[in-house]
Design a binder for this molecule. Structure first.
Ligand SMILES: NC(=O)C1=CN([C@@H]2O[C@H](COP(=O)(O)OP(=O)(O)OC[C@H]3O[C@@H](n4cnc5c(N)ncnc54)[C@H](O)[C@@H]3O)[C@@H](O)[C@H]2O)C=CC1
Ligand SMILES: O=C(O)CCC(=O)C(=O)O
Length: 530
């Protein structure tokens, strides 16, 4: 039974599929302190959060069984990603579910800012009928600067066009072509700051975006600018903004997010009549909260059950078309890595993964990750290595990973070859996917073979002499080891050869030693592929 802890208020309907799952039990404990979480996290396999819970390295250290942290939302700045990666904990988010909701909140803020709605409301309900102070501005024919043209920024731009606004957009990934398709003007930050009437930010908070709008930008800013931040506190320098308002450069600001949340009671935004605020409500709609909780619950279930999943934040994303091409090779890649690691003697210094055939045209990084996981699991234990930390573990061990690609077919539509170089030798295992037959190991060192990569295998190196197959078979039979399949590979008649046997149960060390003592048998080794 997998145990899931929900430590923030997350939509009940959204997590229903977890609650209903027969192999999962869910505990809802919102509002725990870090110490309280540290005390109980050890018994949980998954942790589900929104933005309130800070998932620190301490919590993850105590989460000895923790496999996944699911963020019901986009931003994962409340989760210590390096600590998660180091411990092999998968962090997933729900990037799509709250896009429209946050875009609409941005608009609500922009319009409230343009028409002073919160200020006017406060006066009106206090009995003051003030129709002079709150002269607003139209959005029509105004220039809107959008910094960050990802999911939310693009939706904001599209709606702003319907209001008759001209969009100046900046994003490091925005090309002229895409800008034209979106009907926005590709601009620099400086263009936007100098020319826009309204400005809205939709980037993550990174070292690069922290204070991207600060003193120097306010100095050159078009007077009368109105600024909206429904992304992350800290993208706009709060202190510098207050000063720019005081100097009359900025006409007003609408903020849903703060550098520190919740802000201190004496935060200057809270008393400034030109700044309107909401308490990080961008994603707070019924629809968005259901969407993100459904998305994240679904992926958590996949991860707990060892199935394919998406939206991992601490692993590179795999586009759907790439995933379709690679998925059939994932278990083969891992088993080739494991096979090679079991063959090789000495500390592994380099893993070379060679892709030939059609795979050469695909982004094979996810498959390489499976190979590396297979190699490392043999040495470090399969409970210590997973897809998240495999590359990180390889790096911390100075393990060189080389990838070669060739479109040449080498007799197979696709061939994956794993070569391990250790201090003392180089070993090679190659495999392919045969349509209708599944995956196959087709080469071990220099010998061609045809072996299904699963279960208990015994690899025998011998001299190609008559009678050897019978002697090996008899010895295993006498020791109650049933042979399911047997494959012999050789380069030259009468030369060195190998035999790969699939057996129904593992042979003991004694049986392997007896095999080696047979005439013309040079080596024997057991290989386990799970
Ligand atoms: N207020 C709230 O409740 C919510 C806030 N958010 C926040 O909104 C932000 C945007 O979310 P999405 O659009 O879903 O993310 P996204 O990942 O789709 O878009 C972010 C964009 O920012 C761009 N970017 C990165 N560095 C940049 C830079 N230096 N200058 C300009 N652009 C840069 C990226 O290229 C990307 O296109 C995130 O910070 C997210 O955490 C998201 C949902 C709810
Ligand atoms: O969970 C929330 O309400 C915050 C949403 C948010 O900021 C995000 O998804 O990045």
């Amino acid at each position: 039974m997998f145990k899931v802890l929900v430590s923030d208020p997350i939509s009940d309907l959204g997590i229903q599929q977890l609650v209903d799952a027969e192999d999962v039990s869910v505990d809802k404990k919102p509002g725990l302190s870090e110490d309280e979480l540290v005390a109980i996290i050890g018994e949980y396999d998954a942790l589900l959060v929104r933005s309130q819970t800070r998932v620190t390295a301490r919590i993850m250290e105590a989460g000895k069984q923790l496999k996944v942290v699911g963020r019901a939302g986009v931003g994962v700045d409340n989760i210590d990603l390096p600590a998660a990666t180091e411990r092999g904990i998968i962090v997933i988010n729900a990037p799509d579910g709250n896009t429209i909701t946050t875009c609409e909140h941005t608009f609500a803020m922009m319009m409230a800012l343009a028409r002073h709605i919160p200020q006017a409301y406060t006066k009106t309900i206090n009995g003051i009928w003030d129709r002079k102070t709150f002269l607003g501005v139209e959005l029509r024919n105004k220039k809107l600067g959008v910094l960050g043209m990802g999911r939310i920024g693009s939706e904001v731009a599209s709606r702003a066009k319907a209001f008759g606004m001209e969009i100046l957009a900046y994003d490091p990934f925005l090309t002229e072509d895409r800008a034209n398709k979106l009907g926005v003007k590709l601009s620099s930050v400086e263009d936007i700051v100098r020319n826009a009437d309204f400005m809205t930010v939709h980037t993550p908070l990174t070292p690069e975006t922290r204070h991207m709008i600060a003193g120097p930008q306010f100095e050159i800013m078009k007077p009368g600018m109105r600024i909206v931040n429904c992304a992350r506190g800290g993208i706009i320098d709060e202190q510098a903004l207050v000063e720019a308002i005081d100097k009359g450069i900025v006409a007003g600001a609408a903020f849903d997010v703060f550098e520190v949340e919740p802000p201190e009671k004496d935060h200057p935004f809270l008393t400034n009549p030109k700044i309107i605020v909401t308490p990080h409500l961008g994603a707070s709609t019924v629809e968005a909260q259901e969407n993100v909780a459904i998305d994240v619950s679904e992926q958590v279930l996949h991860i707990l059950r060892g199935e394919a999943f998406k939206n991992a934040v601490n692993m590179p994303p795999v586009p759907g078309d790439v995933l379709n091409k690679l998925q059939p090779y994932f278990s083969l890649g891992e088993r080739l890595g494991s096979f090679a690691a079991q063959l090789a003697h000495g500390a592994v210094e380099e893993i070379t993964v060679s892709y030939s055939g059609e795979l050469a045209d695909v982004d094979t990084q996810p498959l390489t990750r499976y190979v590396v996981k297979g190699v490392l699991s043999h040495h470090l234990g399969s409970d210590q290595v997973n897809l998240v930390n495999a590359m990180h573990l390889a790096k911390t061990r100075d393990l060189n990973i080389v990838v070669n690609k060739s479109t040449a077919h080498k007799g197979f539509t696709n061939l994956v070859t794993v070569t391990l170089r250790t201090q003392s030798e180089e070993r090679l295992v190659a495999g392919t996917l045969l349509t209708g037959y599944g995956t196959r190991i087709v080469q071990i060192d220099k010998f061609p073979v045809d072996v299904s990569p699963e279960g208990n295998l015994i690899l025998v190196k011998h001299n190609d002499k008559p009678g050897i197959i019978g002697r090996v078979g008899t010895l295993l039979g006498n020791n109650d080891v049933n042979i399911a399949t047997m494959q012999v590979g050789r380069k030259l008649v009468g030369g060195a050869a190998i035999m790969v046997l699939t057996v129904d149960k593992a042979a003991t060390k004694e049986v392997i030693a007896e095999l080696v003592s047979l005439p013309d048998v040079n080596k024997a080794k057991e290989i386990l592929l799970v």
